[in-house]
Ligand binder design. Structure first.
Ligand SMILES: O=P(O)(O)OC[C@H]1O[C@H](O[C@H]2O[C@H](CO)[C@@H](O)[C@H](O)[C@H]2O)[C@H](O)[C@@H](O)[C@@H]1O
Length: 360
């Protein structure tokens, strides 16, 4: 009752203009009542006060229940979602930090639970599954320890995929490799030429921030993370100044922000969304009209992948958040424990289902 009243108020304020959403948006993108949250034009957004975290919604909109009404729980909506996806070829994409592992203070201790490993393993038995992380590819593989999963590190700038002729790529950034199981693979690294400068940036950042307590610099191979989760809040602006001063010496790089982290990345047109498309193509799904990507992620960089799914007009962009956030995702899960439940349910659904089309 209270929620309905709140929603009416929001409607009156024009915060969620469901009626403005095109009714022909594709399958999976219009939860429950044909509302697409891919249309962000009507959301009221304020930048994070210190610009140090993810963007959250302002005003009464910062009410989780109302937000969930616009981004329904993927658990409560599971049956509906699967009725949309049945007969489709589901391909599963997962982010790592904040999705498969809970956010912790020490980035080196962001371990994945055995239960989660088992769930991802089960999902990968039934659906092609890839993990696209901001971490280095090796690091995320070390955390996940599954060999039947495809890995993309450095926000998609380092992908190991099966060898397959690419239409959209001239092979310039590809090298041949052998995966853990001894199979032929391709490693795609579009930012290779930036490696020497990334190393310089890493060293400069270490030097510049050495004297500030609680800051750690993480080498993510094709990008560098500056963590300040353990720093004093009063040091945030000096940390930002130091990072910006290092960045000013490297014109081919830019800054992005995540959850208490600033990241310096090569300025190439490549992100998690491109990685999703690249993987679909290498897995042989590019030309199939019934391919249904499902992407679960919690952070700003995952929005690039949500955007691609929205543009394709078919799939499930799912955000992991326990707070209202401006997002293109259509569905939500509260935290990694809900991700775990969702993945287990997905694997069970596929195992018990005779109608869904197995991916070949
Ligand atoms: O794309 P992701 O896999 O989500 O990686 C994004 C960043 O995740 C990690 O940082 C975040 O998780 C840490 C551990 O829980 C936490 O301490 C930190 O505050 C978060 O921002 C990772 O360490 C970064 O390098 C990734 O870019």
């Amino acid at each position: 009752m209270m929620r309905n009243n709140l929603l009416k108020v929001f409607h009156a304020m024009g915060i969620f203009k469901y009626s403005a959403i095109p009714q022909n948006a594709g399958p999976g993108l219009n939860p429950r009542t044909d509302r697409s949250s891919c249309d962000r034009s009507s959301a009221i957004v304020r930048p994070d006060p210190c610009n140090h975290g993810t963007t959250e919604l302002n005003t009464p909109c910062a009410d989780y229940e109302a937000w969930v009404a616009a981004h329904p729980s993927a658990l409560s909506s599971f049956d509906h979602m699967m009725s949309v996806a049945k007969e489709k070829r589901i391909v599963v994409f997962l982010d790592y930090d904040g999705t498969l592992s809970p956010i912790v203070d020490d980035p080196e201790s962001a371990f994945m639970s055995d239960k989660m490993r088992l769930a991802v393993g089960k999902v990968s038995k039934y659906f092609p599954t890839a993990i696209i992380s901001g971490r280095s590819r090796d690091k995320v593989h070390q955390f996940v320890q599954l060999n039947d999963v495809f890995y993309a590190g450095s926000h998609g700038m380092d992908i190991m995929a099966p060898p397959r002729q690419q239409k959209s790529c001239d092979g310039k950034y590809q090298t041949r490799a052998v995966d853990e199981k001894g199979n032929e693979a391709i490693i795609f690294q579009p930012a290779q030429e930036f490696l020497p400068e990334i190393l310089e940036i890493f060293n400069e950042l270490e030097e510049e921030t050495r004297s500030i307590g609680g800051v750690t610099i993480e080498d993510n191979r094709f990008c560098v993370s500056v963590h300040f989760r353990r720093a004093q809040e009063e040091d945030y602006s000096i940390i930002e100044q130091k990072v910006l001063s290092v960045l000013s010496k490297h014109s081919r790089f830019h800054l992005t922000r995540g959850r208490k982290v600033m990241e310096i990345r090569p300025s190439i047109k490549w992100n998690k969304g491109h990685a999703l498309e690249y993987l679909l193509e290498t897995l042989g799904f590019a030309d199939l009209s019934d391919v249904f990507p499902l992407y679960i992620g919690d952070d700003r960089s995952d929005e690039d992948a949500f955007k691609v799914i929205c543009k394709r007009g078919q799939g499930f962009p799912i955000i992991v958040s326990s707070k209202p956030k401006d997002t293109r995702a259509s569905y939500s899960l509260r935290d990694p424990s809900e991700v775990l439940s969702f993945l287990l349910r997905l694997a069970r659904w596929r195992r018990n289902s005779s109608t869904s089309k197995p991916v070949t």
